[in-house]
Design a protein around this ligand. Structure first.
Ligand code: ZN
Ligand code: ZN
Ligand code: FE
Length: 751
């Protein structure tokens, strides 16, 4: 190394989340402090810096540029090369440049920071009560960025011309709004269409308000007003699915939920997800918010507008559910809102800053001290997942429900925001728009497309219709386990337990209670829940009693079902007889090993629920009613077939016997959960004995059941297994696309 006083010039490239997070001003200040000359600029490929000065100062710069980075920045890679001396002691920020074929990491949207909140609340500040206040450390990002490099003309802020005061902030390296692209103030920035006072009054009066947020509209109402909640439910055609809430502050959250230390961390993080927590008995909120559910999903305000809306002392908490009807995508434009939400909202609170990318709220839950994503969207997308290995350019189309897709490039997998259930045209359009946008932002041109082989999925058909790309089918449960492996950085073979509602099997049957031995390039199906007949195929997903008849037929034979069950009283005999006739003939039935259907069957047999109006409703209720502390469990058998079949006939018989003994449903439900957990532990033990594998991945939507997850995890650890769970991507089908990428990459490599 040259001596400390000798002049030296270096060129540095920083990759990662380095744009829109205050990196250039930080670099500028650091260079000035160290009296170095040179420049910094944003390019498509990242941030470029050149500094020149005494060797010791340059070394100090290289150290501090990494260690003292702004809070929102994430450096993935830093390369340094020596450059010829150019002289000159000044340091400047240069114009951004776009480079062909390169990609940078686009920042997710960031909740309003403490500095901006102080200004929002400061009567003397020129942004006092201004609902679009933001700075270099906070504000909209992904939702307003139309192209890179990230500069104002390439955002939906382009149409607002900064006033002299804002322009001065923007150009002043000493200002905390230096190069803050969405910078705005009441004189020059976006405006609300109507008054906040009027909006608050509507809410107090029990009306429904459509509010424009960061990634789309919300529908808001007073959660303590049962009539308002019911009205919203009916107008939105929502069924019993829980509504999310937004609370003014932590104190307001603590009045309605039991909040753990980890929950608090997630609630207040700059990502501001909806956090699912146990509901307090004395919350004072309408039970209609989340019928038959002991949890509530709550978030804190993440835009200045939310903070202002929640200023009303009469309403410290609001229902904040996505602005859509049924399962359509969330509404983003003002005009779309007035058209599609006309029959739902009694009033609108919108503004003239356009949303470019539709993004729903994220949903998390904490478990074992870590945040676990249930829905990965605002605040997280499109932050890439570092795979720790080079992968080919692949588009993975995901599954159908809770769809997300994934693009890979270099070491990164970019998982899209939550797209939704790909069951209607609007959602498919959303999928296509988001795909086009992410391909553009990240400069990805995939050479292969991975898809779920389910022949009826829209995502499958979409994948197969893409010309020129290599097509790679990835079995649903293989993708689940691979997704869990990828986020945990596993490479070799593992035991994968994939429990969920539905996944298309290689034998054409519906899988979902699977024990697989998995690596990225393939899997072996080693055990599964014994097949039961399921009449009516997909219709049975909503009609839980159809799954029950499948299990009862399997257990007792079609001719002699148990005589007295609540099921027989709750479902008309005509219907059950017709289905029994079908089952006896075996016509119109598929076979399933789905764990979701097993939960449905048990919920139906014990008379808890005969029809579900949203996914996993019966399973959630079964979990909810389970008696805490009850540790009974039921017998089961493992048939030594190839693959092993887990025989639940003894379980079903025992449940029916317990019902006859008038055992409490709470105990039956608890014992049933323990049984499923025991099955997982036992099958893993046997597989370990044969395969010598000690790493277990749990994946699939069933593992959103906390009672099951806790018991399975405890049991597996007690047996000395090394256990891997999901955290950064959902265990449900929202995580499938990541698994598809790593599997497709391995398949491509082997071809
Ligand atoms: Zn800020
Ligand atoms: Zn201004
Ligand atoms: Fe699944």
């Amino acid at each position: 190394m040259a001596s400390g006083v000798e002049a030296r010039r270096v060129r540095i490239r920083l990759r990662g989340i380095v744009q829109g997070v205050g990196y250039r001003p930080f670099v500028y200040h650091l260079a000035r402090e160290l009296q170095l000359g040179g420049w910094v600029l944003n390019a498509s490929s990242g941030l470029w810096v050149e500094v020149e000065g005494p060797g010791a100062a340059v070394d100090g710069f290289l150290e501090r540029v990494r260690t003292e980075a702004p809070p929102l920045a994430r450096i993935e890679e830093m390369t340094v090369v020596d450059a010829p001396l150019a002289g000159g002691a000044s340091f400047v920020i240069r114009e951004s440049v776009a480079e062909e074929g390169e990609f940078v990491l686009v920042s997710p949207d960031v909740a309003t920071c403490a500095d901006c909140l102080r200004e929002l609340r400061g009567p003397a500040d020129r942004r006092y009560l201004y609902p679009f206040t933001n700075c270099t450390n906070c504000g909209p990002r992904y939702t307003i960025i139309q192209d890179i490099p990230y500069d104002r003309p390439k955002t939906t802020m382009a149409r607002f011309r900064m006033c002299p005061a804002c322009q001065a902030e923007y150009q002043d390296p000493n200002d905390r709004r230096f190069h803050a692209q969405p910078n705005a103030c009441p004189a020059c920035g976006p405006r609300l269409s109507s008054g906040l006072e009027e909006a608050r009054r509507l809410l107090r009066d029990g009306r429904i308000l459509a509010v424009k947020g960061l990634g789309g509209f919300h529908l808001a109402c007073n959660p303590a007003d049962a009539a308002a909640v019911e009205r919203l439910r009916a107008r939105k055609r929502r069924g019993d699915k829980p509504f999310a809430l937004m609370a003014r502050d932590l104190e307001a959250v603590e009045r309605i939920c039991h909040v753990s230390e980890e929950d608090r961390r997630s609630l207040t993080s700059e990502r501001r997800p909806i956090v699912v927590m146990p509901r307090r008995e004395d919350s004072g909120l309408s039970p209609a918010l989340a019928p038959n559910d002991r949890t509530l999903g709550v978030m804190l305000p993440y835009t200045p507008l939310h903070h202002l809306l929640l200023d009303d002392p009469a309403l410290p908490v609001l229902v904040m559910t996505s602005g859509n009807i049924a399962e359509e995508p969330i509404v983003t434009s003002n005009q779309e809102a007035r058209e599609r939400l006309a029959g739902v909202a009694d009033g609108f609170l919108d503004h003239d800053r356009d949303i470019y990318m539709r993004v729903d709220d994220s949903v998390v839950r904490t478990f074992e001290g870590r945040e676990r994503l249930l829905r990965r969207s605002r605040g997280y997308a499109p932050e890439p997942i570092d795979l720790g290995m080079e992968v080919a350019g692949i588009l993975a189309c995901g599954a159908e429900l809770k769809n997300t897709f994934c693009l890979s490039k270099g070491r990164y997998a970019v998982l899209s925001q939550h797209i939704g259930d790909l069951e209607n045209y609007e959602t498919l359009v959303f999928f296509e728009e988001t795909l086009a946008n992410l391909k553009k932002l990240f400069r990805v041109e995939p050479r292969a497309v991975a898809y779920d082989p389910h022949p009826m999925y829209l995502s499958t058909r979409f994948a197969l219709d893409i010309p020129d790309l290599q097509k790679i089918a990835v079995q649903h449960h293989h993708a689940h386990v691979a997704s869990c492996m990828a986020e945990n950085g596993l490479r070799g073979k593992v035991i994968g337990v994939a429990f969920d509602g539905t996944g298309y099997g290689t034998d054409g049957q519906i899988w979902g209670g699977e024990f697989l031995v998995v690596d990225y390039s393939g899997f072996e199906r080693r055990a599964h829940l014994r097949y039961v007949p399921l009449a009516g195929g997909d219709a049975a997903v909503r009609l839980t009693w159809r799954a029950a008849l499948g299990y009862l037929t399997d257990t007792f034979g079609a001719a002699s079902p148990p005589a007295s069950l609540p099921l027989w009283e709750q479902v008309p005999e005509k219907k059950t007889n017709a289905l029994r006739a079908l089952l006896a003939r075996g016509a119109g039935t598929v076979r399933t090993s789905s764990c979701g259907r097993l939960f449905d069957a048990v919920a139906s047999i014990i008379g808890l629920r005969q029809e579900a109006n949203f996914e996993a409703q019966a399973a959630i209720e079964l979990e909810t009613i389970s008696e805490d502390g009850w540790d009974g469990s039921y017998p089961f058998e493992i048939e030594n077939s190839e693959p092993w079949q887990i025989d639940l006939r003894p379980t079903i018989s025992a449940i029916v016997a317990d019902l006859g003994r008038e055992c409490s449903l709470a105990r039956i439900a608890a014992a049933f959960h323990s049984t499923v957990a025991a099955i997982i532990v036992e099958v893993c033990r046997r597989l370990r004995a044969l395969e010598g594998l000690n790493q277990v991945c749990l994946s699939g939507g069933t593992f959103q059941n906390m009672r099951l997850l806790e018991r399975a995890a405890r049991g597996l650890r007690k047996q000395g297994f090394e256990l891997f769970l999901h955290a950064r991507v959902p265990a449900n089908d929202g995580g499938i696309a990541l698994g598809q990428v790593v599997v497709a990459n391995a398949v491509l490599r082997n071809r």
